[in-house]
Write a protein that binds this ligand. Sequence first.
Ligand code: R2B
Ligand code: URA
Length: 309
Amino acid sequence: SSSGSLPERDAYGKNGFVHIKNPHLDLLPEDILYHFDLGTKTHDLPSMFGDVKFVCVGGSPNRMKAFALFIHQELGLEGERNDVADICAGTDRYSMFKVGPVLSISHGMGIPSISIMLHELIKLLHHAKCRDVTIIRIGTSGGIGIEPGSVVITDVAVDSFFRPQFEQVVLDKVVVRNTELHKELAEDLLQCSKEIASFPTIIGHTMCTYDFYEGQGRLDGALCSFSKEEKFEYLQRAFTAGVRNIEMESTVFAAMCYLCGLKAAVVCVTLLNRLEGDQIAESHETLTEYQKRPQQLIAAYIKKQLNIS
Ligand code: R2B
Ligand code: URA
């Protein structure tokens, strides 16, 4: 595997192991992954997860179960659909499903929720001695100036000021982290989208916010402290800065995966065009069909990587 154009990706190219940048972890006699209800003493993590090569994460537990079942079918794996069981059934914080080399996990909504999940997932991959893992967030988003149902592959995640960075408060200091995603992976995914060609797919910047309503410039929340003109001026500036969609997890996802040497991508479908409105008003069937699009793209990518036609 290659490191693309990303500097300082030392886990990559060397041995492909996940990087744990925490010297304190080695001192623990046992590591309890509390929100997964898994642990190094209670579970044989290398035998449970050692063969994982693709990790797909998304907000909703039901969607990530549906993705696992879809992958099971697409990869033509042996065993019953009913065997696809929630590995984290002992907790209702996150759901996790394993289908061959593919792990499908829910992360909830927003930066704090996905961040907790990623700490435990990255440690899990480390304890299980996984190598050359690719991780992809498949999600939903609001589009800016693009047709609803379009899929956006993120090149760089930006914050609400359109800066390619994630600010993490650590103790009482602000630590600034890079939010670039893996360039080659994004291009490989775009190539895959051209081969399946059933919906529009583009590469663009993704803006990550701390809120769905005011934080994304919506006029329809319980609070709104700006005018309609200010909303459009802001979204127009976002578009000019290269932003094509808005969601709530990409910056911390990009930052953590980058530091831990994971090849990462963000692939989100847009449920609406924010220049046309704020409410998600499409029918349930249309929204369900839209949400399958990132799954179809990632299934095609994984099959190509595994040489399955
Ligand atoms: C996209 O959809 C959710 C909000 O509806 C949030 O998790 C996100 O990033
Ligand atoms: N998810 C978001 O975060 N924003 C949208 O507009 C739609 C889905």
